[in-house]
Each structure stands twice: as C-alpha cells, then as structure tokens.
Design a protein around this ligand. Structure first.
Ligand code: MG
Length: 380
C-alpha cells in the first residue's frame, strides 16, 4: 500500500492558509534544500526539519550536556535538552498566539543549542581559546557544522539537508566579526526566529532562577533584593497569602515566564495595531524586534546581572568550570600533537579542515560525562 500524499500536501497548504497570519512564513514560500528532495507525503518541510533534528545524535546528546549546573549537582536542574524543550514549548505558545508558523518555530528551537560543547559556555570559552588561530569556536556556528556536515544519517546527502529558512535562522545567531558587519547589510531574522530567541532568554532567566534557588546557591531573601522578584513574589503573596519558600519558588517561575511572554505578546499587538505587514518579508524588515517591553526589559536586565554575579560566577561553579576547561585544553593539545589518537571519522575530517579544527569538532560533540571518561582513560 502506498499513500500518494495528494490529500496531505493540500491539507498542509490549506491548514496554513486558514491558520497563519499574513506576516507568518508560509511553508509554500520555502527556498528549499541544498540537495533537492521530493515533498514528503504527509509532512510539511518544517515538520520534516523538526523531525530530522529530533532524530539526530547531537540532539540526544543534549541530555548529557550541562546548561549551567553540572551533573554532580543533583538531577533537579535543567540540562541542555530540557532547556531546549522548554524553549520550544514557550516559543510555540507565542507562535500560536501570533499565528506564526509553529513548525518552523519548533525546528529552530530544537536546533538552537545543538552546537554546545561539553560544559556549556565554559567549554565554549576553552575551545575558543584553543582554536584562536583557526577563527575560534562558537556553539552557534558548530550547530551548523553538525547539521550540514557531521551528522551522517541519509544515504543521498551529507548532514540533515535542512530547509533554507531553518539554516538561515541559525546563521543569524552567529556573531560576525566587526569588520564583516560593515560590508554586509544584514536582513533581520524572520519573526519565527525572533520568537525563538525571545523564548530562549525568557526560559533561561526563569529556570536559572529556579535551579539556583533549589540548589541553595542563592536564597529567596537575596533574590528579593531585585525589584522584579520583589514585585512578583509580593503579588503572589497578596493573592495566596504567605507561602513557604518551596511553593513560592515554583509559583515565581510560572510568574516569570508568564509576565515575560505576556509582555512580548503585548508589544507585538501594539505594533500590529498601527502596522500590518503583508507578508513575512515585510514583517522582518519592519523596525519591530521581538523582546520584552520597556520597563520590564530594564527589570529583566537587573535579574540577569544578579544571576551573572551571584549564580554563574558562584565560587562552586567557577571551580567546576575551571577544572573542566583544563581537561578540555589538555585533551585538545595532546590530540593536536598526536592526531592518530582521533577516531577514524575525525582523522579523515582533519585532512579537509586541518587537525586543530577536527580535534575541536571531536571534543565539541562530546557529552560532559563522555568527555570526563575519555580524559580519565587516556589523558589523566
Ligand atoms: Mg538556549
């Protein structure tokens, strides 16, 4: 039995016609894939992209990569994987409210942190230093290397052959060196990409607050020094009466997410009250940028500075990060000196991209645990 798909492709176009706003990105407008493929019988292009990311090895490895807190600190806090799922969920909520293309949003969200090396930003800084002469290392760029080159899952092409718009969204996250900026007129990202970036920031501010409290790195009283937290916890206690810290913490996370999401949606609504972009291209070229609005933006930055000073730079975390960076650097230099120790796939890759980059790619793909194991086994 073979389903020829005629009903489904009509349905996807008809669904989008009925459900998406004029300013959304419609699947029928896609610039397609680098290696042309036939349309799928019953999935639209971005549903397919989402599934391709979801099924790739790098996506599963996100479960073994730290967001902020390491595995030794218990199992309550977020990993890169649960962070990614939270981002996708919040981005889809906003996308649905705004009638944007949820399938595109979901693909972009699943992809957004795929390139993180072991040990989060600490690992990224270590590899960036090791690869300084080779143009550095960035997790945003490495996500593209993974989905365009390193993931080998299909017989007909290298990488995942994702749609142009998904790759373009990820490319917009790569910071270009200043000298290039002057030469390029950068088109702002599609609204679907902007939604994901806004959701990312909303998500980590909320869950890092939760995790830091739960881990006891900061107390609720300390957090209440920040006006935004004081206001939100105050409103919660007005509503529910005095709450024990555990309950207050959980309610606070919901409030943090809700307040920020609402603010973004209100800002879009306000913009759309006086502008009506006729299509996705007009929308992205408008002056509007997705972000929490005015006063809340300032309060959000106060929370972020607090998290930066008191949580991300907590002595306990700094020690763990330094040690992890040391291990990564040792492994990097020893492998560069002796590339024969690389797995065959990366020895072959070294012929094309050079030894240091191939070593960096190999290390960046590891989970925290695998990296530690390799270090103990072969490099300690
Ligand atoms: Mg993220």
């Amino acid at each position: 039995m073979h389903y020829n798909g005629s009903i489904a492709s009509d349905t996807i176009a008809a669904r989008e016609e009925g459900m998406l706003a004029a300013y959304a990105f419609f699947s029928r407008e896609t610039c397609g894939r680098r290696w042309p493929e036939e349309e799928h019988a019953y999935r639209g292009p971005f549903q397919r992209d989402r599934d391709r990311v979801l099924h790739c090895a790098a996506f599963r490895r996100l479960s073994g990569k730290m967001q902020v807190f390491t595995g030794e600190m218990g199992d309550y806090h977020r990993t890169r994987l649960t962070h990614t799922i939270e981002v996708a969920s919040i981005a889809r909520t906003m996308g649905r409210a705004l009638r944007l293309n949820e399938d595109l949003i979901e693909s972009l969200a699943y992809l957004h942190d795929l390139g993180h090396p072991p040990f989060g930003h600490a690992g990224e800084d270590a590899l960036n230093e090791c690869l300084g002469e080779e143009g550095g290392f960035s997790h945003n760029r490495f996500a593209l290397t993974l989905v365009e080159e390193l993931e080998q899952r299909y017989p007909s092409f290298p990488g995942l052959n994702l749609s142009y718009e998904v790759l373009e969204g990820q490319r917009s996250r790569v910071k270009h060196p200043a000298r290039q900026l002057t030469l390029l007129t950068v088109t702002p990202p599609l609204w679907e990409t902007q939604v994901v970036d806004a959701a990312d920031s909303i998500t980590y501010d909320a869950h890092d607050t939760d995790d830091a409290l739960k881990l006891g790195l900061v107390t609720m009283d300390e957090l209440r020094e920040i006006p935004l937290i004081r206001e939100l916890t105050g409103a919660l206690e007005d509503r529910f009466g005095p709450l024990e810290v555990k309950r207050l913490r959980k309610a606070l996370v919901h409030e943090l997410i809700n307040r920020q999401v609402t603010s973004v949606l209100e800002a879009v609504e306000q913009f759309l009250a006086t502008h009506s972009p006729a299509n996705a291209e007009e929308a992205r070229r408008s002056e509007f940028r997705f972000a929490v609005d005015g006063d809340l933006a300032r309060r959000k930055r106060e929370l972020e500075s607090f998290l930066y000073e008191r949580v991300y730079r907590h002595p306990e975390l700094i020690a763990v990060r330094r040690e992890a960076q040391g291990r990564l650097q040792t492994m990097f230099h020893r492998l560069v000196d002796n590339p024969k120790r690389l797995p065959p796939k990366f020895q072959i890759r070294a012929e094309r991209v050079g030894v240091p980059r191939a070593v960096g790619d190999y290390l960046a793909g590891m989970t925290d645990r695998y990296c530690d194991e390799q270090f103990r086994r072969d490099f300690a």
